[in-house]
Design a protein around this ligand. Structure first.
Ligand code: UDP
Length: 341
């Protein structure tokens, strides 16, 4: 069984990826500091797969802790690195917290990989690197635009750190996956998205409004240059996104990579407006959502969606689930989590 370290494995994308890894026959070892997730997620993974992954509570930004943790784990085939702070707004107020955590953890991991001769790393990047692209859909060659937030900048710098390190050695191999907007939950509703406090993201805000925890969804702006005036994103089902990691990992393990550092967009290739998301949620759940249009949210871009042809051709990756599937799964997860039938 090939052993894979998943940092941030109790988080939203991490936990769904652990499930897909286990289902694909990998042994999973999770490293997480539980700063934005709970240990109960391990039980959710066990309920789905029958296996509770080995777990280390480690602050990866701490070099000593990271070193001693990696010393305990032998014969690792690959690392999938999710662990990072991810709140855009918070990063504007606390930039050093973001630079310190997101960059030090990556550096510590790569240093340990070099020392322990672990070859393969998959890095979780983001479509935020493109900013508001002039040409849509965005391809992997679309220009990288100066990040709006320290969070976005940590993703750009992280990609550069990986690129520069790989250029300097024959040994390491990496793939960065630039995610579009992940939404939804595992079909079992045993794991899902668990925002702490008031959600910043659209879909958890929708499900929390539907369940009655939030009074009203605010739609940020209907004066964008889009067909219905609301902003457009490429929403990808979390299970589809998780599967992209298996494809990327297998590419490295099977030595199918063309160069030692590759980048792929991971989205559906389709853009949906905020109003389309709301209407689709209403349709698949039969719930009327309480919402109002308010001003644009500062820092939001107008529209983005992925050109997925590179991932399709090279990784053989294509999404399977629809927007409706994703929204229904998010709703089922919210209901189960709140004990609502
Ligand atoms: N959005 C909204 N109301 C909310 C949260 C988000 O109208 O309560 C909009 C937001 O302005 C953006 C889209 O939904 O156009 C997706 O936002 P999200 O924060 O989920 O992801 P982002 O693309 O900003 O990373």
């Amino acid at each position: 069984m090939k052993k894979i370290i998943v940092t941030g494995g109790t988080g939203y994308i991490g936990s769904h990826t652990c499930v897909e890894l286990i289902n694909s026959g990998f042994e999973v070892i999770i490293i997480d500091d539980l700063s934005n997730s709970t240990i109960e997620v391990l039980n959710g993974i066990k309920k789905i797969t029958g296996i509770k992954p080995e777990f280390y509570k480690i602050d990866l930004a701490n070099a000593k802790e990271t070193f001693s943790c990696f010393n305990k784990i032998k014969n690792v085939s690959g690392i999938i690195h999710f662990a990072a702070y991810k709140a855009v707004g918070e990063s504007v107020n606390f930039p050093l917290k973001y630079y310190k955590n997101n960059l030090n953890s990556l550096i510590n991991i790569i240093e340990n990989m070099q020392e322990k001769s672990f070859k393969n790393i998959i890095f979780s990047s983001s479509c935020t690197v493109y900013g508001q692209a002039e040409k849509l859909p965005v391809t992997e060659q679309s220009p990288i635009i100066k990040a709006d937030s320290p969070y976005g900048n940590t993703k750009q710098i992280s990609e550069e750190i990986i690129y520069d390190t790989i250029k300097s050695t024959e040994y390491l191999k990496a793939i960065s996956l630039r995610y579009f907007n992940p939404i939804g939950a595992h079909e079992s509703s045993e794991i899902g998205e668990l925002p702490i406090g008031e959600p910043a993201n659209l879909v958890p805000y929708i499900t929390q409004t539907a369940v009655g925890i939030r009074k009203q969804l605010r739609i940020f702006g209907n004066d964008y240059n889009t067909p219905d005036g609301t902003a457009i994103r490429d929403y990808i089902h979390i299970t589809d996104l998780a599967k992209a990691h298996i494809a990327a990992l297998n590419r490295l393990l099977n030595k199918e990579n063309k160069i030692n550092y590759e980048v792929f967009n991971i989205g559906t290739g389709k853009g949906n407006s905020v109003l389309e998301v709301v209407k689709t949620f209403e349709k698949v759940t039969g719930i009327k959502l309480n919402y109002k249009i308010v001003n644009r949210r500062p820092g939001d871009i107008e529209k983005i969606w992925a050109d997925t042809s590179h991932a399709e051709k090279e990784l053989g990756f294509k999404t399977e689930k629809s927007l409706g599937d994703a929204l229904l799964s998010a709703w089922n997860w919210e209901k189960k989590y709140r004990n609502i039938t």
